[in-house]
Structure formats: C-alpha cells, structure tokens
Write a protein that binds this ligand. Structure first.
Ligand SMILES: Nc1ncnc2c1ncn2[C@@H]1O[C@H](COP(=O)(O)OP(=O)(O)OP(=O)(O)O)[C@@H](O)[C@H]1O
Ligand SMILES: [Mg+2]
Length: 345
C-alpha cells in the first residue's frame, strides 16, 4: 500500500546504541514503517551493527538521514549586519575564522538567522544588526560518516547535527498533534545520551540556542560503579532496574545529576541573557530519560516544569513490520532519530 510513498530512515548512531526509524510520509500522515535499536560496543562495532541492522530490520528504503556530534561540532553565536538569507552563509564563511578553532576549509558550515537587533541609538551610521547561530562540523567527520554509510550500500541524504534534529522532532510532534502545546512558549529540549547531552532552545519552532554538554548516562553509571564497587555492566543493570535499591542509586548519582543540571542551567542563563526571554518548560529525551527519577531530579535544579516527552506520539505505526512493544519502550530515546528523518521526510 505504501510502496510508492517517500520513505527515509532517521539513523542516530549514538556512542552506546544505534537507533533507526523509518518514516514514510503519506500526504499528511507520518507512518513508522520500520524500526530497530541495537547496542554498539566501541567504534569497531558500529559498522557491523549497522550492516546487521539493515540486513534484518525490514527497511524498505536505503535513504538514510544521519548526524554527527561531539567535539568536532561547534556552535557559536555572533552578531552581524542584517543580511538577506541568501547572503548570510557566504558572509559568515568569510568571517568564520574569527569564531571557530578550525581552518574554515576544513569545516562544513551552516548559519541560522535568529533575532534582529535594532541599530544602536544615538550612534551615527549605526545599522540594524542580527544574531546568527553558526554551526561548524569538521568536514572529515561528515565525510567519514557518509563514506561508511555508502560502503554499507546505503544512500546518505543528509548529515545533520543532533541538537537540530531534536528541534525537528519536536516540530513534527506539533504537526501531527496540533494544538497540544502552547505555540508561543519558549521550551528547552534536552536529550541526555551516553557521553553527552544535547540542548536546543526553541521558540515558535525556531532554534535560538543549541549546544552539547559532554555529560550523560555514562557519568551516572560510573557514580554507581564507584559507590557500590561494581563492574560497569553490573552498575548499568542496577541503574536500569534498581528495584528496592532505588533510594541508594538515587543517592549515588545525586552529585553527578547536580553537575549535569547546573551545566544545562548555564545554557538557559546564556539564552536568557542573549535573547531577553525565559525558558518556560523543559522536555527531556535520550536513553537517560528512561531513568525514573531524572525528571524530578532535574526539575528541582531547573525550577521549571520538566517532563519526558514522547517523540513518536501521534505517528502511525505499520504494525506488521514494527515491534510495537520495543518501539514504545525506547520511545524517549528516539527523539534524535525521529528528528533526523523529519528533517528530510
Ligand atoms: N532503562 C534505562 N534506565 C536508565 N538509563 C537508561 C535506560 N536505558 C538506557 N539508559 C541509558 O541511556 C544511555 C544511552 O542513551 P542514548 O541511546 O540516548 O545514548 P547514545 O545516543 O548512544 O549516546 P550519545 O548521544 O551520548 O552518543 C546510556 O547511558 C544508558 O545507560
Ligand atoms: Mg545520542
């Protein structure tokens, strides 16, 4: 039935697990037509895991939308004279060496217009300015990713960054379930993964702030390892299913959670200073959002309404090809994969 529709696989190659979700757009409907989620063991394991996943996952298309992240992707905020959209990227590129620690020729750049800033009053010749978000990813990182996917017989149609994908997923949520949220709210999306957390602050579905913080579930597990004197895999199991030890686990990760929350709060402060607005609500995703007390713990630190959200809510599912139980269980962990697919679907 859906044979001739456009499908794309949102492929989130995380440092602990690969999430692949195939979304097929049929007029105004978005349908999950395939899904797979597998753990990876180190860089070496990624290629094999991907090969297996596409051999067995029942994906109908080879078109994949994936992302890069980590230290080689940087976000910068700058102010420049107001320019039309079609001149923005070239202008930013010409000045990029002022803002990024890499050679401009070694990076792939993207620039997004944010808000306009009125000309300074009483200053002769002052012109209207605008704020711009600049994203630079090392070209070699993007090329390596594209090459690996191509060698696996896949067709990479886009390679984005996690923090933006998060924004796209949230926007898709709004498209398929309109009216659920107040549209003019300023929200922060926070995806807590394994090695890092991605932050995206949105207002009216426009990204105003994006950043990665190098903290995540790995740090929580390490705290448990230390406190209980366990091996990593034992601490991981205890974290995921603490049962009657939940109070001790919560206590063991307390200071790590505080550090993470405070670091994220610094991003909220930066946004609030730059854009004269306030983050009103926080939406959590990522594998670490499956931790039962993350919501409550971070809400205390942020002093803002903080909820785990479901990025597949409102999407249809092709149930004869998708393990719905597994899909729902991973749901909060799929935000970036959904957003990568949504960005091109
Ligand atoms: N049920 C659970 N309870 C608590 N934590 C969980 C649960 N399931 C997974 N996690 C944690 O989620 C983390 C993995 O999340 P995720 O898949 O979002 O990360 P990733 O995308 O692989 O990593 P990164 O984005 O940092 O590269 C791990 O630290 C894991 O311990
Ligand atoms: Mg991730």
């Amino acid at each position: 039935m859906l044979k001739h529709r456009r499908s794309v696989v949102g492929l989130d190659v995380g440092s602990s697990s690969i999430k692949a979700i195939e979304i097929t757009q049929d007029k105004y409907e978005y349908i999950i037509t395939a899904f797979a989620h597998v753990d990876v063991a180190g860089e070496q394991g990624v290629r094999d895991a991907l090969a297996d996943l596409f051999r067995q996952g029942g994906f109908r298309t080879k078109r994949v939308a994936s992302s890069v992240s980590g230290k080689s992707v940087i976000f910068r905020y700058l102010e420049t004279a107001k320019l039309p959209d079609d001149e923005l990227l070239a202008a930013v590129r010409a000045e990029a060496n002022k803002y990024i620690p890499f050679d401009v020729d070694e990076v792939q750049l993207d620039a997004q217009r944010l808000v306009d800033v009125p000309a300074a009053e009483g200053v002769e010749g002052a012109k209207e300015q605008m704020k711009v978000l600049l994203v630079a990813a090392k070209r070699s990182l993007v090329q390596d990713q594209a090459q690996m996917l191509t060698e696996l017989g896949l067709v990479p149609v886009s390679i984005g960054v996690d923090a933006f994908a998060l924004g796209n997923a949230f926007e898709l949520n709004d498209i398929v379930s309109p009216g659920l949220r107040e549209s003019d709210h300023t929200v922060a999306l926070v995806d807590v993964g394994f090695t890092k957390s991605s932050i995206n602050i949105l207002r009216n579905n426009v990204t105003y702030f994006a950043r990665e913080v190098a903290m995540g579930g790995q740090d929580l597990t390490n705290a448990i390892t230390r406190r209980f004197g366990l091996e990593t895999f034992e601490a991981e199991a205890l974290k995921r299913d603490p049962q009657d030890q939940i109070a001790e686990v919560q206590d063991a990760v307390g200071s790590v959670l505080d550090d993470l929350g405070n670091e994220i709060n610094l991003s909220f402060d930066f946004f609030e200073n730059q854009f004269d607005g306030e983050v009103e609500e926080v939406y959590l995703s990522g594998g670490s959002a499956l931790l039962p007390f993350l919501e409550e713990g971070l809400e205390k630190i942020f002093e803002k309404r903080t909820r785990v959200w479901n990025p597949i809510e409102g999407l249809k599912v092709k149930s004869d090809n998708v393990d719905i139980g597994a899909l729902n269980q991973s749901a909060p962990q799929l935000a970036i994969a959904v957003g990568l697919a949504a960005g091109v679907a």
